[in-house]
Design a protein. Structure first.
Length: 443
């Protein structure tokens, strides 16, 4: 217990974490989100006009969503009502809405801040709508998940979605400056260790300040600064931000796929490693590489599919971490292979044609006639056995009668497809010759 100057007693206040002590007290102190909060930013313009609309703040952890919501209420004189979707239910929402109605009658608005808003189910989200529509509350939701996937369309139509940035190097440097001013001494790190610390933060300002506080606690005033190795020992490094069931999962596999398509093998290896570091199942990656081998390489290098299947099989036999090398070998092969989506486009066009033409029968001459009746009806009549021809090619029509010939497969002039194109041109030449011979025979 500590005695005050007036003689009253009060309990000593518990020490506050550095991140809490440095929490911004005005919107212009928030770092890394100038595109939204600056004078020309959409939220900055709202605050200047004192007209705040309902919104959803979408961004990674530690980028300032909760702080911004609190400061918005402060800047617009709205009552601040915070709820967490993790710990709150319908009963809590009803209490908030009832209190907001009473405030409104007294002339004050309410800013309802819902953290992790994506955790409310669809019916709970629908429950916000009447109160948002009639202005009982101004809703500010915060989420780390893609609102397009997690929030009702009706709710999204009534709230603007603002994307917050992960904190970059400049923003993190500003936080270091504030921490140094608060602690009264420079951050005890070498330049390389300082850069490593910013990389460890992974754009999370709250986590970054916790690391800074930990370093100040480890290195006393006057002691030598930590180098990169000592920093790694001193602080516990967390796993990279990656939710393999949500948007991060799709973003990284998209980055891997497009890096391979762009023949940037080094970038592909990086994204592959990022997925592994985040805990992704290598089997999922292997399956996607098999798809890539068919979709983006195809017949430009038919061996690509074999390599991808072999890498998948090798992982199943070896497991982690040894099997991950086989998948890396596959990534390198696919990245350096010639690319063609001709097979992919061919099957798409063929499927479209199949839907358009319905149930057209094959031409009679290529149908088998296992019964006397079918033979009498003309099944198989006029069929030319290709192996009995001079070139091993009869040039007959194999499309349905009444359907014009279509060329679905268009090989590119890359890789093995150059050879395939030569073969196609050869068959086309023989087919044209057969058609001309048939016409001359008919005449």
């Amino acid at each position: 217990m500590v005695k005050s100057g007036s003689g009253s007693l009060f309990e000593a206040e518990a020490p506050r974490p550095l991140a809490d002590r440095l929490r911004p007290t005005a919107l212009d102190q928030v770092v890394g989100q100038e595109h939204l909060l600056g004078p020309k930013g959409p939220i900055g313009r709202m605050v200047a006009a004192h007209r705040l609309s309902s919104m959803v703040l979408w961004g990674p952890p530690g980028c300032g969503k909760t702080t911004i919501a609190r400061l918005l209420a402060q800047a617009t004189t709205l009552a601040f009502e915070p709820l967490s979707a993790v710990f709150s239910g319908v009963a809590d929402l009803r209490k908030v809405f009832e209190a907001a109605k009473q405030r409104r009658q007294a002339g004050q608005g309410t800013l309802l801040f819902i953290d992790e808003i994506h955790r409310f189910n669809r019916s709970q989200q629908d429950g916000f709508l009447p109160y948002v529509e009639d202005g009982t509350v101004t809703l500010v939701g915060a989420t780390t998940e893609n609102p397009s996937f997690e929030l009702n369309a009706a709710l999204l139509s009534r709230a603007q979605v603002f994307v917050l940035n992960r904190l970059g190097e400049e923003a993190l440097e500003k936080l270091i400056g504030r921490a140094e001013a608060e602690e009264g001494r420079a951050l005890p790190l070498t330049e390389d260790a300082r850069a490593a610390l910013k990389a460890m933060a992974d754009g999370d300002g709250r986590y970054f300040l916790n690391l800074v506080e930990e370093i100040y606690a480890v290195v006393r005033p006057g002691e030598d600064p930590l180098d990169t190795n000592a920093l790694t020992v001193a602080v516990q490094r967390r796993m990279p931000l990656y939710d393999k069931a949500q948007e991060g999962h799709y973003n990284l596999i998209s980055a891997l796929h497009k890096s391979l398509r762009g023949s940037d093998t080094d970038a592909a290896l990086y994204w592959y490693s990022r997925m592994l570091a985040g805990g992704e199942d290598p089997r999922y990656i292997a399956r996607r590489l098999v798809r890539f081998a068919s979709e983006d390489i195809g017949m430009a290098d038919p061996q690509a599919l074999t390599i991808a299947l072999a890498a998948w099989d090798a992982y199943e036999r070896l497991g982690s971490p040894e099997g991950e090398l086989a998948i890396a070998q596959c990534v390198i092969y696919l990245g350096t292979a010639p690319k063609s989506n001709a097979a992919y486009m061919a099957i798409k066009q063929a499927q479209r044609a199949a839907k358009e033409t319905g149930s057209l029968m094959p031409p009679m001459h290529i149908l088998n006639a296992p019964t006397r009746l079918m033979k009498d009806l003309g099944y198989g009549k006029g069929y030319n056995y290709d192996h009995d021809t001079a070139d091993g090619f009869s040039g007959q029509n194999y499309f349905p009668d009444g359907m014009a010939r279509r060329e679905f497969y268009q090989p590119v002039e890359r890789g093995f497809e150059r050879e395939i194109k030569k073969r196609q041109d050869y068959w086309a030449k023989l087919r044209q010759r057969a058609a001309e011979g048939k016409e001359s025979g008919e005449s």
